[in-house]
Design a protein. Sequence first.
Length: 202
Amino acid sequence: MLYIIIKISQKCHRGVIFRQEQTVIESLKAGQNNGLALLFILDAEIRKLMIDSHTHIFPPEIIKERKKYAEKDSAFGLLYGDPDAKMITSDELVKNMESEGVDVSVACGFPWSDPRLRRVCNDYLLDGYSRFKDRIVPFLMPPLPSAGERRIRKEIERCISGGAAGMGEVALYTNFDSAYLKKLCELSIEFNIPVLIHANET
C-alpha cells in the first residue's frame, strides 16, 4: 500500500518519489529544491498535516495605517477599509496556527495598485518565511503589467531565490488584462510554480 505524507518543512524537487527521508536530504544538498512537493513514502508512518492553503499577511505599519492605504487603493479599501476587517502579521498568523492546530499556511500579499507596496509586501512575505520556514509558504505578488516583462521576471526570480513557492493572489479587479494574465501563467510554467488567481463574478 502507498502511504502519502504531505511534508512542507523542507523543499525538494517536484515529481520525485522518495522512499526514505535521507533521499530528500541528499536531494536538498544537491540543490534540487525547486518548489514545494508531496513526499510519497512507502510503508511510512502517517502523520496528518493540516494546511491552510490561502491566507494573507501584512506588514505591521500597513495594518496600523490601514485607513490611509484604504483611501489610496480602492480594492484594498473595499476589503480592508472596515476597521473590523481582520488583518494579521506573520507572527500573528503563526500564533493563530498554533492555537488552531494548523501546521503550514500558504501566505499571500495583496495586489496593490502601487508598485512600491507590492515589493514591500513581497519583502515582508520573504521575511516571514525566513523566520518561520516550517510554517509559512510565501506566494509572491508579481509587478504590475506596466513594469514590463523584464522587471516582472526579475522580481519573480528574486522572490523565488528568497523562498517564494508560488505567485498570488493575482487579482484583476479592474481593466482585465488577458495578455498579462497569460504571461504570468507562462512564467509560472517556466519557473515551475503555481499561480493563485482571484476570480470575480463579472
